[in-house]
Design a protein around this ligand. Structure first.
Ligand code: HEM
Length: 235
């Protein structure tokens, strides 16, 4: 029993749970992006789609049953991802023995430039995304933050919010953070799961695939808000 507990707390197990929880969240993002792109079918199509989502699994499950199941799985994935990330970060810091100091003697350290894009985007990107999710749920799910007025139907909430440049900017910053996070995260997850056989990151085909997925997700998410703001989509 003690061995099992020890194994679960191992660094490998934590990396593994980061990879698996990250891939669960990514699958959600792909479905969510697809749903948002339905906005191009017009307001009615979008509202109908949002309505049907609440009916998946009926009559075996109550209304919104599948959505609640997805929420529980997602929350579990978010908590697991955040716990593993902070624990691994603390372990790495302790093991490298650079508490309060820079880790390597490099020219970049001397000039105060960030050591690598990954260490910057994963840490600060992760924090940005976590803050965004709180704002996003208050904005479009509960409609507590409703810059353009409260909306009854899903498309109305979307349309009202994206009349404001600062809302568009906030979502753009968040989606760029999501893109960078996916770029490194996707590559890292499949490397953890043993799918990277290249000697360097640049030589890896996974890197190209990770970039392509990150670009598709970022552009796919940003297309409806930009079309609403600049071209009045659905108005
Ligand atoms: C431009 C980007 C995005 C737009 C326009 C958007 C739009 C929406 C809308 C309209 C809803 C409400 C759906 C409804 O209540 O019927 C929603 C919910 C949600 N979105 Fe997004 N979303 C975006 C990006 C993201 C990203 C990147 C994430 C995760 C990192 C995310 C996570 C969520 C979550 C967790 C919910 C709540 C689902 C629920 O519990 O009902 N969204 N989004």
């Amino acid at each position: 029993m003690a061995n099992v507990i020890q194994a679960r707390r191992s660094t490998v197990a934590l990396k593994y749970s980061m990879a698996v929880s990250g891939l669960i969240m990514m699958s959600y993002l792909v479905l969510h992006m697809y749903g948002n792109l339905r906005a191009f079918g017009g307001a009615d199509d979008f509202n109908l789609y949002a309505h049907h989502l609440r009916e998946i699994g009926m009559p075996f499950l109550p209304q919104s049953g599948t959505i609640w199941l997805a929420r529980v799985v997602l929350l579990g994935a978010v908590l697991m991802h955040a716990y593993a990330a902070t624990t691994l970060w603390r372990r790495n810091k302790k093991a490298a023995g650079y508490v309060g100091m820079t880790r390597y003697q490099t020219k970049q350290n001397r000039t105060g430039i960030q050591r690598s894009y990954a260490s910057f985007t994963m840490r600060w990107g992760g924090v940005t995304i976590a803050l965004f999710i709180v704002f996003h749920i208050l904005n479009l799910t509960t409609n507590t933050i409703h810059p353009g007025g409260k909306g009854e139907l899903p498309f109305e909430k979307l349309f009202n919010s994206f009349q404001f440049w600062w809302v568009l900017l906030a979502y753009t910053v968040a989606m760029v953070a999501v893109g960078f996070h996916i770029w490194h995260g996707f590559w890292s997850a499949f490397t953890t799961l043993g799918q990277n056989r290249s000697s360097t990151r640049r030589a890896s085909t996974l890197n190209g695939l990770a970039i392509a997925i990150a670009v598709v997700i970022t552009v796919g998410f940003l297309a409806p808000p930009f079309s609403i703001y600049f071209f009045g989509l659905g108005g």
